[in-house]
Design a protein around this ligand. Structure first.
Ligand SMILES: Nc1ncnc2c1ncn2[C@@H]1O[C@H](COP(=O)(O)OP(=O)(O)O)[C@@H](O)[C@H]1O
Ligand SMILES: [Mg+2]
Length: 355
C-alpha cells in the first residue's frame, strides 16, 4: 500500500498567481483528482507513453526514469505526479522548488528516499542554482556530494542514494538549465484540453460531487473552461451553487449554467475579467501593441508572472494575441472579439463596464 508523505514547507511561498492558489485550495477540499491513469481524461499520448514506461520499469523491477511535466497551470501536472506514485505503488514525497534552499536540506531529503520512491518537485524552475547542482549527480549517479567546512578544512562527503524517480513540474520550461533538463528521461508537454475531454471531466466531477447536471450544461461549462480542467471544476462548483440558491426546483439546464457563469464574469469564449482587461489594455493603451510584458503588467497592476503563466497561454492558443520579438500584439481575431463585446454591451444598454 502506498504511503503518501507530503513535505510541503512552502505554504507562504507559493508564487503562482492568487487565482491559482485559490483554486488549488478548492481542488484539495474535494477529491476530484484522477488517481490512476485509466481515470485520467485526455492527454492520450502522455498517458500511453507513461503506461509503457511504468510497465517496463515494473517488469525490470526498477525505478522509473525521471519525468518532467511542463505546461500552463491547471492542466494536470501535479495530478500525474500523484498518479505515477500510485501506479508504481510507491511512496510519494512532495516538495517545491522555492522551498529547497539549503544544501543540507537537499541531502536530508534525498538520503531519506527509499528504493523506487517518487520525489515530486513542483515549480522546479525555481530551485536555486546552488541547490540545482546537487541534483545533477543525484539524478544521474544516485549519490550526493556534500562539502563541509571551507578552505583547507573542506571535506567532501559522498552519500549514496537509493534509486528514486524525480518528477518535476513547471509552467516555465525555458527557465530550466539544460544540464537539469537533460537529466529527465521522459519529458512531456501538457496541452489544453478539447471541449469533449472537458465535458467528460465535468461529467466525472459532477458524479463525484453528486450534482445532477444535464449534458448540454456540462458542455456549456466545458466551452467556457479555457481548455483547463481546474477551471472546469471551479465553474462546475459555481454553477452548482447558483443552481442550489436560485433554481433548486428546476433541472440544471444550459440556461442556468450560462447565467451562473456570466455572473462569474466568464463569457462564452471562457475569458474572464483579467483576460478582457489584458486585451483592452493592449488594444487601448498600446494601440494593439507591440507592448512589453512588464509595461502591460504595470498598467494592469498585475504580476508579470501571472500574465505570462495564466493569462497569455490561452490567448495565444486561441490566436487573440501573438508574441513578437518586440512584444505582444493583438490579432484581428482579438480585435474582433473586443468589438463584439463592446457591441453586446451597448445593445444590452449595460451600465457596467466590460471589466
Ligand atoms: N486529465 C484530467 N482528468 C480529470 N481531471 C483532471 C485532469 N487533469 C487535471 N484535472 C483536475 O484539474 C485539477 C488541476 O490539476 P493539477 O494536476 O493540480 O494541475 P497543474 O498541477 O498542472 O496545475 C485537478 O485537481 C483535477 O481535479
Ligand atoms: Mg500543480
Amino acid at each position: 500500500m502506498a504511503i503518501e508523505k507530503i513535505i510541503d514547507n512552502n505554504e507562504d511561498n507559493h508564487d503562482e498567481s492568487k487565482k491559482i492558489e485559490k483554486n488549488d485550495v478548492e481542488d484539495v477540499s474535494s477529491d476530484l483528482r484522477p488517481k490512476i491513469l485509466n481515470e485520467y481524461v485526455g492527454q492520450i499520448n502522455i498517458v500511453t507513453s507513461l503506461k509503457t514506461a511504468i510497465q517496463a520499469s515494473e517488469a525490470r523491477n526498477e525505478a522509473m526514469d525521471h519525468v518532467l511535466f511542463h505546461g500552463p497551470p491547471g492542466l494536470g501536472k501535479t495530478t500525474l505526479a500523484h498518479v505515477i506514485a500510485k501506479e508504481k505503488n510507491s511512496n510519494l514525497v512532495v516538495t517545491s522548488g522555492p522551498s529547497l534552499e539549503k544544501p543540507a536540506d537537499i541531502v536530508g531529503l534525498l538520503s531519506n528516499l527509499g528504493e523506487g520512491d517518487v520525489l515530486f518537485i513542483d515549480e522546479i524552475h525555481r530551485i536555486s542554482k546552488g541547490v540545482e547542482e546537487y541534483f545533477y549527480s543525484a539524478m544521474e549517479d544516485f549519490k550526493v556530494d556534500f562539502i563541509t567546512g571551507s578552505g583547507t578544512f573542506a571535506k567532501t562527503l559522498t552519500f549514496p542514494l537509493k534509486r528514486f524517480t524525480l518528477v518535476g513540474a513547471t509552467t516555465r520550461v525555458g527557465m530550466l538549465s539544460s544540464p537539469l533538463r537533460d537529466r529527465f528521461g521522459l519529458t512531456y508537454h501538457l496541452d489544453f484540453y478539447s471541449e469533449d475531454e472537458l465535458t467528460e471531466i465535468v461529467n466525472r466531477s459532477s458524479g463525484i460531487l453528486g450534482v445532477s447536471i444535464e449534458q448540454d450544461s456540462s458542455k456549456e461549462i466545458a466551452i467556457r473552461s479555457r481548455g483547463t480542467p481546474r477551471i472546469a471544476n471551479r465553474l462546475l462548483r459555481r454553477v452548482r451553487d447558483y443552481h442550489q440558491v436560485n433554481h433548486k426546483e428546476k433541472k440544471l439546464d444550459r440556461i442556468i449554467a450560462s447565467n451562473a457563469m456570466e455572473l462569474e464574469g466568464v463569457d462564452i469564449q471562457g475569458l474572464d475579467r483579467l483576460d478582457r482587461q489584458y486585451l483592452i489594455t493592449l488594444s487601448n493603451n498600446y494601440k494593439g501593441g507591440p507592448a512589453g510584458i512588464e509595461a502591460l503588467a504595470a498598467t494592469l497592476n498585475e504580476e508579470s508572472q501571472t500574465l505570462v503563466d495564466v493569462v497569455e497561454p490561452y490567448l495565444l492558443k486561441i490566436g487573440f494575441i501573438i508574441r513578437t520579438p518586440s512584444g505582444r500584439k493583438m490579432t484581428l481575431d482579438g480585435l474582433r472579439y473586443l468589438g463584439e463585446e463592446s457591441r453586446k454591451l451597448s445593445e444590452e444598454g449595460s451600465q457596467g463596464s466590460m471589466f
